[in-house]
Design a protein around this ligand. Structure first.
Ligand code: ARG
Length: 572
């Protein structure tokens, strides 16, 4: 992207020999108030060397640079040189950039190919993949895409919850009350039923708990029968998860879940021992974290079985050794804040300097309008059902509204799924939010359908212009900037120009909603432009110039949507 600060530094550098271009660039600011220009250069730092009052210096510089074609106007106000970029120059630069880079517009090389791990989704097998899982799944997928766009080599890991004492319970329940056909027909609902039944029966028959514990111990020791059952539950569950991932267009590079680390834990326990970090407490092994204001971390239970936190420590060590990551990012609910603080502290206590590179990206709760869900009692809303319902409802809306599409199924899929993703990524991730059907599918709110509709509108303007004109508009040099400097065109260009910086900010903050909100801004600006200006005019130059801006806006919106994991329908 054209770096205006750099251009300005060059121009001012010719007038001010006392500072390097680099220094000038670092001093140039973007004023809060647009009336103070697009960029401003404060002259305080020059006062000493030049032995002049800053306002006089500013006046001098302003006089020297005001003729440069980059500027529409240069003013001295007190100690500042306020610069107004020429709208024509600006628009020309933005168009050239977007129309040349196309689907790469917005991307950068900041990451320099460094490896970043994004761990996300990570549901527990044999448990429902419910509406609550949408958060990690969709936020994590977007963070992955944002980091890719920033030039990082991203590894997507699904740290499946496929291990732990609950599998003892599950197998136990299956043996008592289960049957094969049910599991095959409807794996997760059936397995969930077993789990619920186990919890009901155990109230009357506490000995079931011992049985389940024993089964889990056999599983940990790799006994064939238990391992086979466990593997089967895992495969069937994954089939169901994969249906949802496919609907959402999400893929992973690795499904190494908790079980993957079962044979890597003894080494971790040994490391902790060697460092003198382990203590015995009621027969269990713990790390005392009181000096750091935290409750102790339970590493190994009294019966020798390992724990969630032990597996996380093993996973981090494995990932460092295997991927040599630059950052290891975990998109996991804020309910697990303490857990992450604990194990990252333990990595630090083990003496690993990369402890700081493990980043927990927390998020708040999602609830439904009729209350939250609970797994224990089987009252649960499946994510798959939510997505299917979104597509079905969209189909109705499409028919009702007479939406322009030759493939209702396909458009309903893109819009329905997109709507759910967009709502998820609209709020600051740390905030709790209520999933609302009315809001999700509102074509007029700040929603997925609204943005996609705007995108399709841009596509339709280009179609209506005819092939020949649309093709000419793709040429970055064909546009005559003087036709697209009206207020709404200029505001639209400014927002398009900001996209690369927005993506960078979103990456720094691990906050996809920064991108989502910017897409809404671009869509609104596009609609204003569309409303204010007659695009398909008889003046050929004017038409091509406006079409170029339409194409640039369309490209920027599409590139933004793809970072959220959304598709952009050409017709709607
Ligand atoms: N499976 C866990 C759950 O559903 C989330 C796993 C989070 N990742 C981790 N490395 N601890 O709550």
């Amino acid at each position: 992207m054209v770096d205006f600060k750099e251009e300005i530094a060059k121009i001012i550098g010719r007038a001010v020999k006392e500072l390097s271009e680099e220094e000038i660039k670092s001093i140039v600011e973007i004023p809060q108030d647009e009336k103070m220009g697009d960029y401003a250069f404060p002259c305080f730092r020059l006062a000493k060397t030049l032995r002049k009052a800053p306002p006089m210096i500013a006046a001098d510089i302003a006089a020297q640079i005001s003729e440069n074609p980059l500027f529409e106007k240069v003013e001295q106000v007190n100690a500042y040189v306020n610069m107004f970029i020429s709208k024509e120059e600006f628009v020309k630069d933005v168009l050239t950039e977007v129309l040349t880079e196309k689907e790469d517009f917005g991307k950068s090389e900041i990451g320099g190919g460094k490896t970043v791990i994004v761990e996300f989704s990570s549901p527990n097998i044999a448990k429902p993949f419910h509406i609550g899982h949408i958060r990690s799944t969709v936020i994590g997928n977007s963070i992955n895409k944002i980091y890719k766009a920033l030039g990082y080599n991203v590894i997507r890991i699904n740290h499946l919850g496929d291990y732990g004492t609950q599998f003892g319970k599950m197998i136990c329940a299956y043996r008592h009350w289960g049957n094969r056909e049910d599991v095959i027909r409807e794996p997760i609902k059936t397995l969930l039923g077993y789990y619920t039944r186990f919890h009901e029966e155990v109230e009357q028959h506490p000995e079931l708990d011992d049985e389940a514990r024993e089964i889990f111990a056999r599983l940990e020791h790799g006994e064939k029968e238990e391992v086979e059952l466990w593997q089967w539950f895992r495969d069937e569950s994954l089939k169901e998860f994969n249906r949802v991932y496919k609907m959402l267009g999400i893929e992973f590079d690795s499904y190494a879940g908790e079980s993957f680390y079962s044979d890597k834990m003894p080494r971790i326990v040994k490391m902790l021992e060697d460092k003198g970090l382990l203590q015995e407490s009621k027969g269990a092994q713990i790390v005392d974290l009181q000096p750091y204001g935290m409750t102790p971390a339970l590493i190994k239970k009294s019966d020798g079985s390992s724990l969630y936190i032990t597996r996380d420590i093993a996973a981090a060590v494995y990932r460092k050794e295997h991927y040599d990551f630059y950052k290891n990012i975990y998109v996991v609910a804020s309910q697990q804040n303490l857990h992450f603080q604990q194990w990252i502290k333990i990595i630090e206590l083990l003496g690993f300097d990369w402890a700081k590179d493990n980043i927990h990206v927390p998020f708040g709760l999602v609830s439904l309008e009729d209350g939250t869900m609970s797994t224990r009692h089987g009252r649960v809303v499946f994510l798959e059902d939510v997505l299917t319902r979104a597509v079905e409802q969209t189909k109705d809306i499409i028919r009702e509204k007479g939406v322009n599409t030759d493939n209702v199924e396909e458009t309903a899929r893109q819009v329905g799924i997109g709507a759910v993703i967009f709502q998820e990524l609209s709020n600051n991730r740390i905030k709790d939010y209520v999933f609302s059907w009315d809001k999700v599918l509102d074509f007029n709110g700040e929603t997925g359908p609204y943005v996609q509709y705007t995108y399709a509108r841009a596509a339709s303007v280009l179609r209506n212009a005819g092939e020949e004109a649309a093709r000419r508009a793709e040429d970055p040099l064909a546009a005559k900037p003087e036709y697209i400097t009206g207020e709404s065109a200029y505001q639209l260009s400014k927002l398009i120009y900001a996209l690369p910086q927005v993506i960078q900010d979103a990456g720094d903050k691990f906050e996809p909603s920064v991108v989502t909100r910017h897409i809404v801004d671009m869509a609104q600006a596009f609609n204003r432009f569309y409303h204010d200006e007659h695009i398909l005019t008889d003046n050929e130059d004017e038409k091509i110039s406006k079409l170029a801006l339409v194409l640039a806006a369309k490209t920027a919106i599409r590139n933004g949507l793809s970072l959220l994991g959304m598709e952009a329908p050409e017709r709607m």
